[in-house]
Design a binder for this molecule. Structure first.
Ligand SMILES: NC(=O)c1ccc[n+]([C@@H]2O[C@H](COP(=O)([O-])OP(=O)(O)OC[C@H]3O[C@@H](n4cnc5c(N)ncnc54)[C@H](OP(=O)(O)O)[C@@H]3O)[C@@H](O)[C@H]2O)c1
Length: 290
């Protein structure tokens, strides 16, 4: 039986640590870290995500503001709001919830967020810094995966990590994070995607396998080697239930450790947003006093 990597419990521990750090920050700088969330349209899933993120911010002692815009919002209108938030000194982090309605160029909006407030870590400066080995804000889900491994005592250094999925928000930045020449990284990373040939042979070579593809119960026991660590990023709604990209019951019997869905990577993502928002406030305080 595999060890369950309990992201929900770890997220609670980390959020308590962040709340203590926030309290020390407020004491020292007389300023509360603040996150501005921008939600365009009325997508139910996005509303739940934003609500949970704001609630977690408030519980950690941070300010949080919601800017809710109609689905008909034009790109210039959204860019004007982002410019306003970029200029507002009370706002340390800006979160534009994706996906955005069709008339808006997502990449242009991501680019418009000030690099010093890019707490999602999706902007070109954040990604460029990560790629060049000088990371500032790391994207929340991949950072959450790294922390889930580290805080469960799973060694990453020198191990072969196979990532299935190469999206800009999960697979690609996770590969960059785990291959950094740095502690809690130094992995040998292989990234697979829908065009990869012989996927089973590749995943069977992994000491750690991370699946982020959006296909329910995709990874089976015969695709991993006995004792591998399995991290399931996937969130799929099947018959009203949340199901991961890993066939949990099948894989649990062969893996040494595995994340559940829900309660694995998901809660870690929100926690890393809090971490990044506090980091943004710290950067702001340092540059303001310099
Ligand atoms: N827990 C969290 O906080 C969190 C956060 C973000 C996302 N998610 C979940 O993670 C999953 C992935 O999200 P995403 O945004 O990264 O997905 P995405 O943008 O749709 O990308 C999916 C990736 O998986 C690859 N892929 C699809 N089918 C495949 C297959 N059969 N074999 C190998 N590779 C395959 C695709 O390959 P190509 O590039 O070749 O198309 C692509 O690189 C979703 O279920 C999403 O809901 C969870």
């Amino acid at each position: 039986m595999a060890t369950i990597l309990d992201g929900k419990k770890l997220a609670q521990t980390l959020q308590a640590e962040i709340a203590a750090d926030v309290s020390r920050f407020v004491e020292k700088h007389k300023v509360r870290p603040g996150l501005a969330a921008v939600l365009v349209g009325d997508d139910q899933g996005s509303q739940v995500y934003v609500r949970n993120k704001r609630k977690a911010c408030q519980q950690a002692g941070m300010d949080s503001w919601l800017h809710q815009l109609p689905v008909t919002t034009s790109q210039p209108e959204l860019l004007a709001l982002v410019a306003e938030l970029n200029a507002d000194p009370a706002v340390h982090g800006i979160l534009v919830q994706l996906p955005l309605p069709r008339q808006i160029d997502e990449a242009a909006v991501v680019r418009a967020v000030s690099p010093l407030k890019d707490v999602d870590g999706f902007g070109p400066e954040s990604l460029g810094l990560l790629t060049s080995g000088h990371p500032r804000f790391l994207p929340c889900t991949p950072l959450g995966v790294q922390q889930l491994l580290v805080r469960n005592g799973i060694d990453i250094e020198g191990r072969h990590v196979v990532i299935v999925g190469r999206s800009n928000i999960v697979g690609k930045p996770l590969a960059l994070i785990l291959m950094q020449k740095a502690p809690a990284a130094n992995a040998t990373v292989t990234v697979c995607h829908s065009r990869s040939r012989g996927l089973h042979e590749i995943t069977r070579q992994g000491d750690i396998i991370v699946v982020a593809i959006g296909q329910a119960r995709f990874l089976k026991a015969n695709m991993i080697r006995p004792g591998a660590v399995v991290v399931d990023v996937g969130i799929n709604r099947v018959d009203g239930k949340l199901i991961g990209d890993v066939d949990f019951d099948d894989v649990e019997a062969v893996a040494s450790a595995i994340t559940p869905v829900p309660g694995g990577v998901g809660p870690m993502t929100i926690t890393m947003l809090l971490h990044n928002t506090l980091q943004a406030a710290q950067i702001h305080a340092t540059t303001a006093s310099a």
